[in-house]
Design a protein around this ligand. Sequence first.
Ligand SMILES: *Cc1c(COP(=O)(O)O)cnc(C)c1O
Length: 429
Amino acid sequence: MIKKELDSFYINLGIDQRLISLSKNIESDLSDRFGQIDQIAEYNQLKVLHAMQKNKVSDVHFAATTGYGYNDIGRDTLEQVYADIFHAEDALVRPQLISGTHALTVALAGNLRPGDELLSPVGKPYDTLEGVIGIQETKGSLSEYGISYRQVDLKADGSFDYDKIKEAINPKTKLATIQRSKGYANRPTLSVEQIGELIAFMKKIKPDLICMVDNCYGEFVELIEPSDVGADLTVGSLIKNPGGGLAPIGGYIVGKSEYVENAAIRLTAPGLGKEVGATLGLNQALYQGLFLSPSVVSGALKGAVYAANLYEHLGFGVLPNGSEDRYDIIQAVTLNSPEAVIAFCEGIQAAAPVDSFVTPVPWPMPGYTCDVIMAAGAFVQGSSIELSADAPIKPPYTVFFQGGLTWHHAKYGILMSLQKLLDKKLIQV
Ligand SMILES: *Cc1c(COP(=O)(O)O)cnc(C)c1O
């Protein structure tokens, strides 16, 4: 009875019966996989709950502070909760960290000094960091402050180039930045275990090297986090995984006390550090989002795995593929034509809770050499833990998508993407 009602609701929403049947087959093949994802979420839910209980999270922590924000116990306790979840000495979790890029910038600028060198042993970092580091000449970059940069690319098979990394580490090398997620690059995402091996290797060569991990899109995907395998600093955005869709802004930096304090001093001011920073009533959303995050991340992961399997079945290139392990929530699908990319994004947009009536179109976005199309109907602007898709309109016409605050929304979005492709006769089922 319920199944019949569900099918007819999908049909009323414009989903073709053939897609519903295909979806059912794919979904039933994924039951073991989804069971595993649920177990990881269960484990991480306990981790979060335990940290909240240990720190006696209470109603008083949700009160708003203003002005300097002295004695904001909600803020200080939230930071202790993050430190416990990540098994780190300390944490900086602030609405004043306005994005992931900003959190990474603060962690880098707070811990590097003129004459130091920054190393990326995993290839080119995320686009927005090119300006921060000065790979692209940019006003205010680390390079302008006399901080040099060296990069060792991953080998063709995606593994670490240990020989070149060893060669690159020199007396000036102060900090190594390791990006866990592939982001929008064409390389594998690193598992936490692989990150641990890389850190151990580099620390053997230089024990006082600060190892920082860009953890964006990776939180709660595995049982452990980079801070569990030797990362001195782990950094991310609250409008991605750990904000659980409820955080309206924010970033986090967790790790060794000294390095977190250095970042705090850069965020606020020398002599002030972590002591200041009003939270303006945002604490409750940051706590509640963190509480929901393991479950939200599991929904996004199921959506990614489901999409990989459906699109793989239809003959499209998918990264990661339908069966491999996942270390972040991003899914890439290569659709081979601009029409298919646009149709995919139209489907994601049409399935959104917000702005479902809007039609996404490619536009010449600053900083890109070709037009870019973006689909997002989010409660929080730019939030990519909410279901969203982006694609540069250029060969091989790959769309990157991620998020979904619930598995059922992710599923509907992916079905809508297929429906738009079917409507335009770009797929056959
Ligand atoms: C999203 C992301 C960033 C930057 O975060 P913003 O919040 O968009 O500034 C950095 N690194 C990776 C790997 C990311 O996915």
